[in-house]
Design a binder for this molecule. Structure first.
Ligand SMILES: [Cu+2]
Length: 174
């Protein structure tokens, strides 16, 4: 009787171990799957995404893109304009942008080297110029005057000299 119970216990333990092994195996598989999913998430979904962004595969070739190379203000509507801006050590291209008062300007901003911060003082324009990504911000210049463009992301020894300007000409001036 006691032998029987022993063998029963052994059999029970055996099957319990087998079930445990199955569960351990399943847990490991799920852990591996979760790890792979997390890696995919980080790579494909958690990358730097700038709103309204496009992307540039090779930041070194930014200046080969006509819109960024020319850096011209392009009229897109009666009072709306677009301009492509590149941050590079240590200047903004274009350095000076002229617009008329009341203009709505859409800035497409990127960097050809390191991170820069595109900030236009006296406005709400403030976005990071990321190599490989194109940030987009739209702003209406209701007041005439000169707005300084600064870099607010430390980018090297001459960071402080990275200053551009946006000149907003009064509406009634031709
Ligand atoms: Cu900087």
């Amino acid at each position: 009787m006691s032998e029987e119970s022993t063998s029963f216990e052994q059999a029970f333990h055996h099957s319990a171990e087998r079930h445990e092994r199955v569960w351990i195996f399943m847990a490991l598989v799920m852990l591996a799957l979760l790890t792979v999913c997390a890696m995919f998430y980080v790579v494909y979904d958690y990358g730097v995404v700038v709103k309204g962004a496009g992307s540039i595969r090779d930041p070194d070739s930014v200046m080969d893109t006509p819109a960024f190379r020319d850096g011209q203000l392009v009229q897109t509507g009666p009072d709306s304009y677009a301009v492509h801006v590149v941050g590079h050590i240590w200047q903004w291209t274009p350095g000076v942008i002229h617009v008329k008062q009341g203009s709505e300007v859409t800035f497409y901003v990127t960097s050809s080297d390191v991170l820069h911060g595109f900030e236009v003082q006296g406005t709400t324009i403030n976005l990071t110029a990321v190599p490989g990504a194109v940030g987009k911000v739209t702003y209406t210049f209701s007041h005439a005057g000169t707005y300084h463009v600064i870099c607010n992301e430390y980018c090297g020894i001459e960071h402080h000299s990275m200053i551009g300007s946006i000149v907003v000409d009064p509406k009634d001036a031709s």
